[in-house]
Design a protein around this ligand. Structure first.
Ligand code: HEM
Length: 459
């Protein structure tokens, strides 16, 4: 345990005093333990976002399920306990807004679903939700299957491919066609390069001087980001323009956005509002799923026995096993690896942990999903752990929870299972990579370098 000197006082475990309205019974007084500000500064002052996964995992091991730490400009609490996670995401979600990480994402996504706050968020969610209804997803499934089959037909055994680039192009194409009715294939490389530039410059926006740096055009990360944003804007505004000239009701989210009317005023959305939602869905809708697929192929290649069962399952049309494989892959490598919130009032979490107003709270699926408390042999890739499991629901949150839960969850499950099944019926992949690949924990959890995989014909 840490010395009392290293304990921070901004976030405390509350004392059994007089509980205020709505609070749970409190545990005995104890401060939330955590590393000293000096240790935190030393470990996070350089490239903080890239070092964060290792740091969070380490402090969770050392200090327990709820940990407090500070930088001179910000206070943080890591919540790594299923009941407290439920509080942050669901039971006490009213006490939180999205954190500075989401605010930095606004540079790219504007005020879309992922980054907006109430009441705008609720209004937009109502407009976008019908695009994710079950019957729509069933129709999208046809596109998903067809594009996965095309991808399979385009591959040859013996080739070595960059799996991350391949899965990203495939999911981008599926998102473009299902959500916007556009074929992104001709622009796939352009969109991918621009999104890569935007994501890779994201950490630069997160430090204390991030907002200032974003306004300095001579800073290289600012230049790179602005150029990426302009390229993406040009593609999306073209698409919006084209649709405005031909506003018929179609089967995609762009039509929903363009035809949506404000319930009170009857006003339609501006081009900028439509652009923000479209950019959000394009990014959230393809990057996460692509990463889930890459990690799944990687884990299958490294676990031949499970790979054999996976092949038997796809041959037999057993989508339950494929789904368990994907579930287990997102446990070890959750694409949305960290969820940040900021407390807008003092709040007491399960276990009596009191978090002060203004504190940034992290729920980190990457750390939570590997906790020994909830998962036996947490580093083992074992899809069968999900058979009749008694894992608490909030120990596994790849899609978040509460009002901000992923709107595309069913879309993602459908796409993931279909793509894995279609491709897995014909091919298997191998990798020369030994050990755990270094990760890039940016907005999503990506492999640091390309994951080169060799294509093998199963027959
Ligand atoms: C494996 C794939 C995916 C994963 C792991 C994932 C994960 C998540 C998570 C964790 C959140 C909550 C973020 C938070 O609480 O701060 C979220 C939100 C969101 N996701 Fe996904 N997602 C995936 C696929 C998709 C797809 C396919 C779409 C759209 C086509 C999508 C669109 C969104 C949107 C718009 C939000 C914001 C929802 C809101 O705040 O109302 N996601 N996603």
């Amino acid at each position: 345990m840490e010395s009392s000197k290293s304990r921070e006082t901004t976030a405390t475990r509350s004392s059994p005093g007089s509980p205020s309205k709505g609070e749970r019974p409190r545990s005995p007084a104890a401060e939330i333990p955590g590393p000293s500000v000096w240790e935190t500064l030393r470990r996070l002052s350089h490239a903080p976002f890239l070092r964060l996964p290792g740091f969070l995992s380490d402090v969770a091991d050392r200090y327990g399920p709820v940990v407090a730490f500070h930088l001179p400009w910000r206070r943080f609490v890591l919540v790594n306990d299923a009941d407290a996670v439920k509080d942050v995401l669901v039971t006490q979600q009213h006490a939180f807004v999205k954190s500075f990480g989401a605010r930095a994402l606004r540079n790219l996504l504007g005020d879309g679903l992922l980054t907006s706050e109430e009441p705008k968020h609720r209004q937009m969610r109502r407009i976008v939700q019908p695009a994710f209804h079950r019957e729509r997803i069933a129709r999208y499934a046809e596109v998903m299957r067809a594009r996965a089959q095309e991808w399979t037909a385009s591959q040859r055994a013996g080739r070595t491919i960059d799996m991350a680039a391949e899965m990203s192009a495939l999911t981008l194409r599926i998102a473009g066609e299902t959500l916007f009715g556009i074929d992104t294939a001709p622009q796939a490389e352009q969109v991918r390069d621009a999104l890569d530039d935007a994501m890779e410059t994201y950490p630069a926006a997160l430090g204390p001087f991030g907002p200032l740096m974003r306004r300095l055009p001579f800073v290289s990360s600012t230049r790179r980001f602005e150029s990426a944003r302009k390229r993406l804007d040009a593609i999306l505004y073209d698409c919006i323009d084209e649709r405005r000239r031909d506003v018929r009701e179609r089967d995609d989210v762009l039509s929903l956005l363009l035809l949506a009317e404000d319930a009170e005023t009857g006003a339609r959305m501006s081009d900028e509002e439509v652009r923000d939602e479209a950019m959000t869905l394009l990014l959230a809708g393809h990057e996460t799923t692509a990463n889930a697929l890459v990690w799944t192929w990687f884990l299958l290649a490294r676990n031949p026995q499970i790979e054999s069962r996976f092949h038997a399952a796809v041959d037999a049309g057993d989508s339950d096993y494929v789904r368990r494989v994907l579930r287990e892959s997102m446990r070890l490598y959750p694409p949305a690896w960290i969820l940040g919130r900021e407390a807008v009032q003092d709040v007491t979490l399960a276990g009596g942990y009191r978090v002060g107003k203004g504190t940034t709270v992290f729920v980190c699926p990457l750390v939570l999903h590997r906790a020994h408390r909830y998962f036996e042999h947490p580093l083992t890739f074992d899809p069968d752990r999900w058979l009749g499991s008694d894992i608490p629901p909030f120990a596994y949150v790849p899609f978040g929870g509460g009002a901000r839960r992923c709107i595309g969850e069913e879309f993602a499950w459908t796409e993931g299972v279909l793509v894995l099944s279609e491709i897995g019926r014909r091919f298997r992949f191998s990798t020369a990579f030994d050990g755990e690949p270094p990760i890039d924990a940016l907005v999503t959890l990506r492999p640091h370098d390309t994951i080169a995989m060799e294509v093998h014909d199963r027959s």
